[in-house]
Design a protein around this ligand. Structure first.
Ligand code: ADP
Ligand code: MG
Length: 697
């Protein structure tokens, strides 16, 4: 039996039924088999007298009466009605049909034949109370033997995602028909693996995910299917990793004059964690295969200096390098910082952003082509076609989660297998990390530079906001600076802009009349943004009112206090990122969260901010409370679609699947030994959606 045949080939499914299913994208037998329920309802065996409104129940009883008739007011509707009783009472069950098939004599006589008076039935459905007494609408009514009726069980019924014109009954009926063919599925997973990880056969798993005899069976079916989802994903990631490792890269020297002079000039000593991560990177880069490493470090942990070391290592071996950042603000900041560090070493640093003039662009292009420019820093402007290097040896990407997969790839393809260093300050829980970055080596930067104090975080409301302003005033008097953050709602950027401008005016005139206040928002030109940031850095402004443009990376150590308006609109990870703009020196810093939200959920979330400074912990909570999308920011590109698997609760299965995939790849990364695995991997290939790119502020 070919499971790729269309549904018309199944005897139990009529042509109109098959047509309806196409609305759900279900065309083949395999489509139906793999159309897993979104949930299950457990129906408990109950006596009629004990059943209550709203209960999902299964009742065993006898048919007293069964009728089929046309609705009086809408004759095209067919009504089917059963009266069922047990020792404790009686209940009415009704079903409606809206198709002339159900008007046919053939169907009706078949039903009459099936539901004879006195027949023993199991009725399953949700109990309602109406003027006729207890009723169940659209139940399943199954004629059974007396013995079956006595066996007391809980029945579990699948519930499917539907669309207009489809009912669960119809989908269930068609899936039952398709399940006749489930035996024709071949299990791609080698038996050894199945045994080792205690997995049931795929045919059983599919049959039972739809119609589980009991909850244990459902659990093992789900386990197998979740395992599969993770397993093929890991297989793909590890295969990709293997392919990368087969490439010829540049083996670079990890010592040299440039590096030693750089270390000598550095105004601080590296933390142990920084040293460790640098060692990992330099060791990668000294190998003849390209590095593919992600550095995960909490905000303020000091990732920039790590990138600087990697860049110098490449330059001193005669290669060019590129550093890409998601916003112009951040790119310019890197440009300033690295210029400060590199110019004493006699190295020129070049900045390329959306606002670079056409003339300088041409010059930059020329210099890059000739190999004269060792380091190009910029935004996504770096991936334009006009940018080409003579000898690109290292690509560094800061805040990498803000870029789409394709954007990252494009930069990488500007060279011939360059080393790749990606960095992120959004600490992500292990399940997410494995799912997204299973093909990378990961370094954890889990230590802050010495002397950093926890940022004191406190909740305020509109009515206590003046106290928050007072705190800001105190910090300014001490010579420090402040951020005031306004949330940006994407749907109404114009409104927000207006709000930001008004807030700025209000604060300048009424709250802090003697203070210079800057304003930074996403609608400003880059030059304007640059000026605002430069003014803040130079301490010409004491307060910077800003939309979330400052979220990533901005580093002004003299800023010690941040007030965040409408804090409830942000995820914890994002709040943590924002908060990371302060606490960048040894001075005590403060984060003031203003929120009038009454929802207990959001108050609770904000309370966590008061007590925790740990980005990983906050990300875990975000994952639990708001789902993966929120942890990663608005639109993380590349998060695979998981049907059954759950990144929060299925970590143990994910670890198993990863282990299994490692075993397979270690034996034969090409999968030639297991053609069925290879086919299944291909079948599950993610549909190539247009790679969503993260919004750039
Ligand atoms: P992030 O990891 O958020 O990108 P940065 O690289 O911007 O952090 O570093 C934050 C601040 O800490 C910068 O001002 C940087 O110069 C400083 N810094 C980095 N490493 C150290 C260190 N080992 N000791 C002291 N200060 C450091
Ligand atoms: Mg940074």
């Amino acid at each position: 039996m070919d499971l790729t045949l269309t549904l018309q080939h199944l005897s139990g499914i009529t042509v109109p039924e098959a047509q309806k299913l196409t609305k759900l994208g279900l065309r083949t037998i395999a489509d139906l088999l793999y159309y897993f329920p979104k949930e299950h309802l457990a129906f408990k065996r109950t006596r009629i007298a004990d059943s209550k409104t709203g209960d999902c129940v299964t009742i065993a009883g006898k048919i007293i009466n069964h009728t089929i008739f046309n609705c009086r007011t809408k004759p095209e509707l067919t009504l089917q009605k059963w009266m069922v009783c047990d020792q404790t009472g009686r209940i009415v069950c009704t079903r409606f049909y809206n198709h002339n098939y159900y008007q046919s004599q053939q169907w009706r006589s078949h039903q009459v034949e099936l539901y004879k008076q006195g027949a023993v039935v199991l009725v399953t459905g949700k109990v309602k109370q109406d003027s006729y007494g207890k009723t169940i609408s659209h139940p399943t009514v199954k004629v059974v033997s007396f013995e079956d009726a006595k066996a007391s069980t809980t029945s579990i019924v699948p519930v499917y995602r539907l669309t207009k014109g489809l009912t669960n009954e119809l989908v269930r009926h068609c899936i039952r028909a398709a399940l006749d063919c489930v035996g024709f599925i071949e299990d791609p997973l080698p038996q050894g693996l199945r045994k080792r990880f205690g997995l049931i056969a795929i045919q059983k798993a599919i049959a039972h995910i739809h119609f589980p005899p009991d909850s244990n069976t459902l659990e093992s079916a789900r386990h197998r299917l979740v395992f599969d989802e993770f397993f093929y994903l890991q297989l793909r990631l590890l295969q990709h990793r293997y392919t990368l490792q087969q490439q010829q890269g540049y083996s670079l020297s990890s010592t040299g004059k440039l590096l030693s002079r750089f270390y000598k000039n550095l105004p601080f000593t590296l933390t142990k964690a920084q040293q460790r991560v640098i060692d990992e990177i330099l060791s990668d880069m000294s190998k003849p295969t390209p590095m593919n490493r992600l550095v995960q470090g909490d905000v303020g942990a000091g990732k920039t200096v790590i990138a600087a070391v990697a860049i110098l290592a490449a330059i001193q071996s005669g290669y060019q390098t590129a550093l890409m950042a998601p916003t112009e603000v951040l790119a310019s900041q890197h440009y300033r910082k690295l210029s400060e560090w590199f110019e004493p070493l006699g190295l020129s640093v070049t900045l390329l952003t959306g606002s670079t003039t056409a003339k300088s662009r041409q010059e930059i292009a020329k210099g890059l082509n000739l190999g004269l420019l060792p380091l190009l820093i910029g935004t996504h402007a770096l991936i334009q076609n006009t940018v080409s290097f003579k000898k690109l040896g290292l690509v560094a990407i800061d805040e990498q989660h803000r870029f789409g997969v394709q954007q990252r790839l494009k930069l990488q393809q500007k060279g011939l297998s360059p080393h790749i260093l990606t960095m992120t300050a959004t600490p992500i829980p292990r399940t997410l990390a494995l799912t997204l970055h299973g093909d990378l080596d990961i370094s954890l930067l889990d230590e802050l530079p010495p002397g950093r104090q926890p940022i004191q975080t406190q909740l305020f409301t509109s009515s206590t906001r003046h106290k928050a302003y007072e705190k800001i005033r105190q910090q300014i008097q001490l010579g420090y600076q402040a951020y005031i953050i306004l949330p940006l709602v994407e749907e109404s950027q114009k409104l927000d802009l207006k709000a930001a401008i008004e807030e700025h005016r209000y604060l300048s005139e009424n709250v802090f009349p003697n203070v210079n206040i800057g304003l930074l928002h996403g609608r400003m030109s880059s030059a304007e943004k640059e000026t605002e940031i430069a003014n803040f850095i130079a301490h010409k402004t004491q307060i910077l009112v800003s939309t979330t443009v400052v979220e990533v990376g901005v580093d002004v150590p003299n800023a010690t206090i941040m007030l965040i308006e409408h804090a409830e609109r942000f995820g914890l990870s994002q709040l943590h990122q924002l908060r990371g703009r302060v606490g960048r020196s040894t001075a005590q810093s403060y984060c003031l969260l203003v929120s009038d939200s009454k929802s207990s959920n959001s108050r609770e979330r904000l309370k966590v901010m008061e007590t925790s400074q740990d980005g990983f912990f906050l990300a875990e909570i975000d994952l639990r409370l708001r789902g993966p999308g929120q942890v990663l920011g608005t639109q993380q590109a590349g998060l695979p679609e998981l049907v059954k698997a759950d990144l929060i609760n299925d970590q143990a299965i994910l670890e198993q699947a990863r282990k299994a995939a490692q075993l397979v790849i270690a034996k034969d990364p090409t999968l030639q030994r297991w053609p069925k695995l290879s086919q299944e991997l291909f079948r599950r290939q993610p549909v190539n959606k247009l790679d969503a790119e993260a919004p750039l502020n």
